[in-house]
Design a protein around this ligand. Sequence first.
Ligand SMILES: [Fe+2]
Length: 386
Amino acid sequence: MPKMFYFDSKTTVVFGQDAVQGLGSEAAKLGARKALIATDKGIVRAGLLEKAIRSLTAAGLEVAVFDEVEPNPKDKMILEGARAARDHQADLIVGLGGGSPMDAAKAIAIMSTNDGPLESYIEILDAWPNTPLPVMCVPTTAGTGAEVSRAAMINLSDQKLKRALFGASIQPVVAVVDPLLTLGLPQHLTAYTGIDALCHAFEAYIATLANPISDALAEKAIRLAADNLRAVYSHGDDLEARSNMLLASTLAVIACSSAGLGIVHSLAQTLGGYYDVPHGRSIAVCFPYGIGYNASAEPEKCAEVSRMMGTDTSGMSDEAAANSVLDALRNLLADLDVHDDLRSLGFRESDLPELADICVEDGSTPTNPRPIDADGFAELFRSALD
Ligand SMILES: [Fe+2]
């Protein structure tokens, strides 16, 4: 019998080809009249911003654009975005892009109605006194799943820390999820974001708050990623594979929003904040080490993931079947031409004690299936250097 659990997902998901054409009507349903779109220059260059503007204006909304979002959103940039939202008297923030623009949209929504400081809201559930503006999200990558999450990862630039703003009030009201928007994603970003999606599903599957609903979502997401990630990497115009990866990404984050994440994210977020490296790259480096640490805590589920990734575990001991998932992961990374290591992210051994301490404080650590302390994180960093 499952132990007691809690599951909710408040985001309405509108999924499918050309779904972005319905962005405006979904915004109008919320009663919005003035939208600020938070995005980045790459999205503008790719012509995706135009699609969003066209739909919103056709539905009668006045639209302003803040296209200054950069990878790993910084607190100072968030305040600029919030100023743009106030100047426009926005009543809706639309995040358009990968994880950074969507996370930025949530943070801008908070800072449009609150004075801050932003830093005081970090890692405290719904810490802001005033209700943020409503957020809608339109992902253009299949990985972050920020379109359905209640977290926004922000870099506190003065402290080299990546930390979460967290609360139901910043969870997007609507996610408009259109696989056509992911067709032009460059090959290396397709790989990194897809690995992040698989990691969300895997970590949710073995996290301490995993439950029957999150397990069902995580299993589906793992199968979709295992069956489609190589295909989207080698054939970026394969719309069916793109659609399946986008679905995997969304399902995975609905799962981990309920079940939690684990130390792959603790390690990767720490490195991302400290060295300002893209999230997917740091996930790719940390993925095998974090799962290697956890395999003994959830052997049956790790063996199941290995089978979902194509391993024939018949005849293996339980331990070997669990550990076989590491080969499955490493083979996948190799097939995606991902060869990053700790040093290529900027890692210096002299930073190790500080990094290990930051990992302990990371919001993903408490739901890891196997307890770990600073010494344990330091050991993992050292093993990744060998
Ligand atoms: Fe992630």
